[in-house]
Design a protein around this ligand. Sequence first.
Ligand SMILES: Nc1ncnc2c1ncn2[C@@H]1O[C@H](COP(=O)(O)OP(=O)(O)OP(=O)(O)O)[C@@H](O)[C@H]1O
Ligand SMILES: Nc1ncnc2c1ncn2[C@@H]1O[C@H](COP(=O)(O)OP(=O)(O)OP(=O)(O)O)[C@@H](O)[C@H]1O
Ligand SMILES: [Mg+2]
Ligand SMILES: [Mg+2]
Lengths: 163, 163, 165, 165
Amino acid sequence: TRKLFHETFEAVRVHFIEMFRRLFNGGKADLILEAPEGLDPLLDGGIEILAQPPGKKLQNIQLMSGGEKALTAIALLFALFLHKPSPFCILDEIDAPLDDINVERFKTVLREFNEKTQFVIITHNKLTMELADALYGVTMEESGVSKLVSVRFEQAEQMVDVG
Amino acid sequence: TRKLFHETFEAVRVHFIEMFRRLFNGGKADLILEAPEGLDPLLDGGIEILAQPPGKKLQNIQLMSGGEKALTAIALLFALFLHKPSPFCILDEIDAPLDDINVERFKTVLREFNEKTQFVIITHNKLTMELADALYGVTMEESGVSKLVSVRFEQAEQMVDVG
Amino acid sequence: MFFKRIEMVGFKSFATRTVCDFIPGTTVVVGPNGCGKSNILDAIKWVVGEQTASQLRGKKMQDVIFSGSASFKPLGVAQVTLTIDNSTRILPSDYEEIQITRRLFRSGESEYLLNKTPCRLRDIHNLFLGTGIGKSSYSMLEQGRVGQIIGAKPIERRFLIEEAA
Amino acid sequence: MFFKRIEMVGFKSFATRTVCDFIPGTTVVVGPNGCGKSNILDAIKWVVGEQTASQLRGKKMQDVIFSGSASFKPLGVAQVTLTIDNSTRILPSDYEEIQITRRLFRSGESEYLLNKTPCRLRDIHNLFLGTGIGKSSYSMLEQGRVGQIIGAKPIERRFLIEEAA
Ligand SMILES: Nc1ncnc2c1ncn2[C@@H]1O[C@H](COP(=O)(O)OP(=O)(O)OP(=O)(O)O)[C@@H](O)[C@H]1O
Ligand SMILES: Nc1ncnc2c1ncn2[C@@H]1O[C@H](COP(=O)(O)OP(=O)(O)OP(=O)(O)O)[C@@H](O)[C@H]1O
Ligand SMILES: [Mg+2]
Ligand SMILES: [Mg+2]
């Protein structure tokens, strides 16, 4: 319904603006509803993302770096999540393009979510691993069959990348 | 021309089969030219990729993991490169989805190429950094303006991810 | 705590019976390329009712059944059981604990169980309505999803808002 | 050795004159997200003749001109100069060393120089014919290219073979 879409969009937009600021430690962003000439944005509009990392000018988002694009997308996904939290959330290697500084900001935000939400995070990243209350290692010795084992932090450090 | 496409395809295919075996340390792969009913594969065929990592069964490539897909794509790109080497090659974070073991195999192959080819490799990965004969760090202090500096290995280690 | 544990047998690379216990906090899963981490996410999506094979990286749904390996023969059925803590009544059911089982045979035949009682897929979908689970748009972020969002056309992103509405 | 050095001024985030010297072996470039590493690759693609703005992540070609930042005003022109070692005559030219310069003004006006002599873009393209440079399909692998290959439709991958032919 038109009204529901509008309310949802506005709520997510506010969360997105805040999330972007926190993940980038500054800068500004926005979500814009745009429809071609003559059509109703609330019914047929597409969602434009405006993003301006700190210290930079507002430009077409495609000009952003790989890591900046990923962090912007994460801000949007987290904004949707804030609007309609789920009791369980599983993230598969979403930290992959982020450098260490951005991973730490991502972790800070995630720690606030996990008070109300149960998280499962798949990662190759040592820093992300530090979020673990419990740690599983998955292995596949030659046979093409997966095996799941509970591991301690020191054991897991062997299984996570150095590089 | 039909004949040239055929020769190129066959040559690249042979390189691909070999490259896959080396990057995966086993397994087998193939390239297949397939065209819809009634059309000539050499003129209108698409390129199907068959890939079977060691110890596993041959399946649709979409079922492969993120890292396996990346390594398979790298095998194909290296196969094209072997067929028609270029004097200069620049790689932008192609090691991103690979775990440490796969990065080391990727490095081993790259070391053979760089005897005849000048490489520039952009990376966040400490292990890949070890390939460097020369190292550049790029920084951007707040001002949105990039600065390029020659760095020593120890300095670069600070700029590359721990995670 | 919401999900207590998931049990997989014959599901993708989890040929042998595997139990993954969850905890109230954050569970981290690590391991080398191709070892099966994303397959766990697929198992969760599947047992809560995913019906699109391509969302599980397959061409047809039978692709989730363990298809054999160098040292194991293929299996004829995939089964995943999810045990849920419903003490806070997040789900519309009087049970303290809810168990969902999904089974798929090579023939294409499916079975669904709710607390060991046969049910229809629709019953599983209804159980999760409004929780953000099942509709996987942002509570289950598969590998590559983040990259998709920036590259998507504005009109494709509309779906994200509609899902959250 | 083939490329000796690249010099950028006003190109994307390289507002001030920046020289990057290459070596015969392997050069590794590191730095945090968004600092400008991929912009160097874009500069190389651009100076050897890339004509598609979207291949440089832009909407129009003027997007490569430094557009300003919090502490710098926008510039009116982007310029990149590539110096090439041609002692082994890889390129069809009698020069020991070849210098290519490309310039773009906000107006959209372009200038191209070959060894400081004005030339046309076509002359730069012709210089690299057959070397695998310029046609960027696999000597210049930009961020995300690897992921594209597996996801591509079989008919789209055909282009890779045609390029290598
Ligand atoms: N039906 C099946 N039967 C047997 N093996 C399967 C089946 N489906 C998928 N696999 C195997 O599971 C593996 C993929 O596992 P998964 O995607 O979980 O890896 P991953 O741990 O996430 O790796 P990465 O870190 O590279 O993302 C592939 O090697 C694939 O061959
Ligand atoms: N015309 C321009 N003027 C000013 N800044 C620009 C221009 N074009 C791009 N940029 C900036 O350059 C930055 C992107 O740089 P680049 O893609 O090289 O980053 P990167 O070092 O590769 O990062 P990552 O590790 O995340 O891939 C963006 O922040 C973008 O705003
Ligand atoms: Mg995975
Ligand atoms: Mg980059």
